[in-house]
Design a protein around this ligand. Structure first.
Ligand SMILES: N[C@@H]1[C@@H](O)[C@H](O)[C@@H](COP(=O)(O)O)O[C@@H]1O
Length: 260
């Protein structure tokens, strides 16, 4: 696990965009794993700017979202399918048919989950997976207690997550109780995992998953098993890390050719 502590979201957005740009130049057919929430927005803004300004090309790329609410209609503005389109994919030249989200409106949800796993495999697997982290340590919508080997499936949200996400809906009552999410085992198969956490409210979760034990009670801790996981945090989110100075020293002395 590499922990990179940066000044703020703008710097994080640029560094992650650098990694995605390098990936696309090396492999124009790259498969990107997309996350919702506010954490990845600076990355999407930076990639959209580079597409507009420098012609960064997404025309042969593919994208798979991490998760989706169950029970929202396909066009619902807060469905992750719409959020991903609004915040990112409509702002670059990725083909609409190359962008996938789990189908939370399917009549047969278990079959839709299996089909999603199959579509990811058929596309060659995810090259770079973006992640945020919930205040309870969830990634995707893998809440505490999720199997560390889980695959795409239906989950029930804990109340804290529903409250955290209520800001996007008219009221807490409108936040669905159920979701479909890539499993922790699914996420671990991405070739490179890039998790972004900003703000003091994420400091306890960051401390627990980076420096605590690997345990289902803190789902993001499973990333300690990933051979190429990059954790990007601002100063506030890093404020409870015991080894913060060591992470800073390591990153400051990293050879430029190494990239993320
Ligand atoms: N399912 C998403 C997660 O993928 C995201 O990481 C989390 C944190 O969101 P934010 O980045 O807005 O704090 O919110 C939701 O629960």
């Amino acid at each position: 696990m590499e922990v990179v502590i940066l000044q703020g979201s703008k710097q994080i957005g640029q560094l992650v965009a650098d990694a995605i740009e390098a990936l696309l130049r090396r492999k124009p057919t790259a498969v990107l794993g997309l996350a919702t929430g506010s954490s990845p927005l600076p990355v999407y803004d930076e990639l959209a700017a580079r597409h507009q300004r420098d012609g960064l090309d997404f025309s042969n790329a593919h994208a798979f979202a991490l998760d989706e609410y169950v029970g929202l209609d396909h066009g619902h503005p807060e469905s992750y399918r719409e959020v991903i389109r609004r915040e990112f994919t409509s702002r670059v030249n990725i083909a609409e048919g190359n962008v996938h989200t789990p189908d939370g409106a399917a009549a047969d949800l278990p079959a839709a989950c299996s089909a999603y796993e199959e579509a990811m495999r058929a596309a060659g697997g995810v090259d770079l997976q973006l992640l945020g982290v919930g205040t309870d340590g969830h990634i995707g919508f893998n809440e505490p207690g999720s199997s560390l080997a889980s695959r795409t499936r239906i989950k029930t949200l804990i109340e804290q997550t529903r409250r955290d996400n209520a800001r996007f809906f008219g009221s807490l009552a409108e936040v669905p109780h159920h979701v479909v999410t890539q499993g922790l085992g699914t996420i671990l198969e991405a070739r490179h995992v890039v998790l972004i956490a900003t703000g003091a409210q994420k400091a306890p979760a960051v401390r627990d998953f980076v420096e605590g034990p690997v345990a289902a009670i803190c789902p993001a801790s499973v990333l300690q098993f990933h051979p190429h996981a990059t954790i990007l945090v601002d100063e506030a989110a890093a404020s409870s890390l015991k080894l913060a100075d060591f992470y800073r020293h390591t990153y400051d002395h990293k050879p430029a050719w190494q990239g993320l």
